[in-house]
Design a protein around this ligand. Structure first.
Ligand code: CP
Length: 302
């Protein structure tokens, strides 16, 4: 995997995914404050972010590397009309690794083709968010003890939610049963269902999950992605369709965990936060370990 970009979770085999998760566990247990000594990472965020950018920066800093970049393309020469190609070619000269978030699907792949250093996709439009997936898998494995044979509920915006797209692709290595809960306007796109069909994996689609939540090992809540809607009225119709409340967790499995890539808006009531089944803030912490593992692996550091 040395010097290979991470554009899609499909870039990693099941074996490579498991190796990253093992490495993340090692970073959690044994911090390596000098591993990235002398290395420089660029974070180019053309879209807003709290967790992804800051956990990448935390990961690099905690490993002894340095970070620069922009958090808003309006402060860069993008506003003067510079293309992504020219920006990537230029920034490649300044760093050992580029982390990019961009609203256009396929932008990270394009960046990886133009860059002379490895590129990590930190989210490209509604397409994929592979580093989020690796921290999600790390969180699931840590809490469930395994990734195999789990019943995963994906709830909310399954159409535009890039985290659920890459999570589905990764979990399809592990004999997962999927339950998709969304309004019909935000159904899981057909390409992902076809992928599961080809593998013979089970999935079920529902409009509501209150009656079936007791079957879940993981409930993965998602925000309705307002920024992807072209018609604001369409967003208004679906924005509050699912709100997970503490009372809904009463008859769930004892080891069930609620995950959310965050940020949340209204889809998890704050009364869930104190429940031991709420795992989303620890999930965000796991992002540091997972991203340390990804960076170390991509740069071929021992
Ligand atoms: N999960 C996630 O991508 O969060 P941010 O948008 O805050 O980076």
């Amino acid at each position: 995997m040395k010097y290979k970009s991470l554009v899609s979770i499909n870039d990693y085999s099941k074996k490579e995914i498991l190796r990253i998760l093992d490495l993340a566990a090692e970073f959690e247990e044994h911090p390596q404050p000098q591993l990235l000594n002398g290395k420089v990472v660029a974070t180019l965020f053309y879209e807003p972010s709290t967790r992804t950018r800051l956990s990448f920066e935390s990961a690099v800093n905690r490993l002894g590397g340095r970070v620069f970049g922009f958090t808003d393309s309006s402060s860069s020469s993008v506003t003067k009309g510079e293309t992504i190609k020219d920006t990537i070619k230029t920034v490649s000269n300044y760093c050992d690794l580029i982390v990019i978030r961009h609203p256009l699907e396929g932008s990270a792949l394009y960046a990886s083709e133009e860059a002379t250093v490895p590129v990590i996709n930190a989210g490209d439009g509604a397409n994929q968010h592979p580093t989020q997936t690796l921290l999600d898998l790390y969180s699931i494995k840590k809490t469930q003890g395994t990734l195999e044979d789990l019943n995963i509920f994906l709830v909310g915006d399954l159409k535009y939610g890039r985290t659920v797209h890459s999570l589905l692709m990764a979990m399809s290595h592990f004999n997962t049963t999927f339950n998709f809960i969304s309004p019909k306007e935000l159904n899981m796109p057909d390409e992902y269902k076809l992928h599961l069909d080809k593998l013979g994996l089970k999935y079920y689609e529902h409009l509501d999950f209150t009656e079936i939540i007791s079957r879940a090992d993981i409930v993965y809540m998602t925000r309705v992605q307002k920024e992807r809607f072209s018609d604001p009225m369409e967003y208004e119709k679906v924005k509050n369709v699912y709100v997970l409340k503490n009372s809904m967790l009463e008859n769930t499995k004892s080891n069930m965990k609620v995950l959310h890539p965050l940020p949340r808006v209204n889809e998890i009531h704050t009364d869930v936060d104190k429940n031991k089944k709420a795992y989303y803030f620890t999930q965000a912490l796991n992002g540091v370990y997972a991203r340390q593992a990804i960076i170390a692996s991509i740069l071929g550091l021992k």
